[in-house]
Design a protein. Structure first.
Length: 406
């Protein structure tokens, strides 16, 4: 029988889930009116990809070559096509908002599995962190899921959370599949790939194999059918006056040619540095931070990934969860633009927030963090208990005792 202490919702200590569920409903309804701002990209793109009835220019496997503004992965178009047939934009919005709650639940379960002794001795600490950080996260998530309806970002962030869970469960195939599917949903999810290094050396090839296989399966047909697909990565957007890129001194009106590759390189370098420091759960936070630092855009939905990253770090990376960076990030990225129109101030806030979070993660004292080296994950340290229903089938393990090695 599973240990009931790992199931707070069944033990009567689920007040934070009642609160978060109600809070999510409030913000879903608040953003529903006038929502679906970007859904037409998904509706049109999925139609061009799967119908392509004489469209000019052609869709199908020529989609990305002929429509470079569609910076959306084929997996997201597939899901958009399914949701569109099930109920259209409202069905998609409801599904995406529910994914936000699912991600929070995954974080709680993973935190309890990673350091159960400390958190179960003070369960209110994790609940209060989830309630506070989850509340601000859901506000921004509603902007992503309901107002903008960016299905690709929702999927990429969901698979990033699942990849972390799979690494902790020591299931390299699932970790690789999750990383690959994230890239299939949104190309910038390549910044999550350093997570493949967060397993033992002899397991990395399994993560890499499944990740590469899934990415090639989704993207290679487009490249083979139309090599001009590769040119779609050079799509440009306006360099907003309040962007961190402007605050760094890049005054170009649009996206510099080096900008997209630089985001990926910087994100992966920071992710590798986090792994070397034993803070690999911060890979999504640092990768998304690199995007915020160098991206010319300042849309609210960018902030959802950053807040997910801060919550992952605070709940899984720190010995004592404290939602400081989640609350500070919410203030700088979401509240500040509603309080001032000063582009220079907003750009400086974005810049210094990302720099502050990055330095905090990489330089935090070791005794503040849940320490683990990359090769300790697969060796048994901090892995999810085999009794976890999410991994029980994959591991082929029976319910039993689980020992944590610190």
């Amino acid at each position: 029988m599973a240990d009931q202490s790992s199931r707070p919702a069944r033990s009567g200590a689920a007040w934070h889930w009642w609160f978060l569920g109600l809070w999510a409903t409030v913000w879903f309804l608040a953003d529903l009116h006038g929502g679906g701002y970007s859904w037409h990209y998904f509706a049109n793109g999925s139609s061009l990809l799967f119908s392509d009835s004489g469209a000019s220019p052609a869709g199908g496997l020529h989609l990305y070559a002929n429509y470079p503004n569609l910076q959306i992965g084929p997996l997201a178009f597939l899901c958009a096509w399914v949701l569109g047939n099930l109920g259209g934009v409202v069905a998609a919005q409801l599904t995406m908002m529910s994914v936000g709650l699912l991600v929070l639940r995954l974080i709680e379960q993973t935190a309890l599995a990673r350091q159960p002794q400390g958190l179960r001795s003070r369960p209110q600490t994790l609940r209060l962190t989830l309630a506070a950080a989850g509340a601000v996260f859901l506000i921004v998530w509603a902007s992503l899921a309901v107002h903008y309806s960016h299905l690709d970002d929702v999927l990429a962030l969901l698979f990033a959370a699942l990849a972390i869970r799979a690494v902790l469960a020591d299931v390299p195939a699932l970790a690789g599949l999750s990383l690959g599917l994230a890239v299939d949903a949104k190309p910038w999810a390549l910044v999550f790939l350093p997570l493949a290094l967060a397993v033992a050396r002899d397991r990395r090839r399994h993560v890499a194999f499944y990740a590469v296989a899934v990415v090639l399966l989704a993207w290679l047909p487009f490249v083979v059918a139309d090599p001009a697909t590769l040119g779609a990565t050079q799509y440009h957007i306006v360099n907003e006056p309040s962007s961190a890129l402007r605050a760094l001194g890049v005054s170009a009106a649009g996206t510099p040619s080096w900008d997209r590759p630089a985001q990926l390189v910087l994100g992966c370098v920071l992710g590798a540095a986090a792994i070397l420091r034993g803070r690999w759960v911060a890979v999504p936070l640092l990768g998304i931070g690199a995007r915020l630092l160098l991206d010319p855009g300042v849309y609210d939905y960018y902030s959802a990934g950053f807040l997910l990253g801060t919550l992952l770090w605070e709940a899984l990376g720190l010995r004592r969860p404290v939602p400081v960076w989640s609350l500070v990030s919410f203030g700088a990225l979401y509240l500040a633009p509603r309080l001032t129109n000063d582009a220079q101030v907003l750009g400086d806030l974005r810049l210094w927030l990302v720099l502050g979070v990055t330095l905090s993660v990489l330089l935090a004292p070791r005794d503040w963090c849940v320490a683990s080296k990359p090769n300790e994950v697969a060796a048994g340290a901090h892995r999810l208990p085999p009794r976890d229903p999410w991994v029980a089938h994959s591991l082929g393990a029976e319910a039993g005792r689980w020992t944590v090695h610190h």
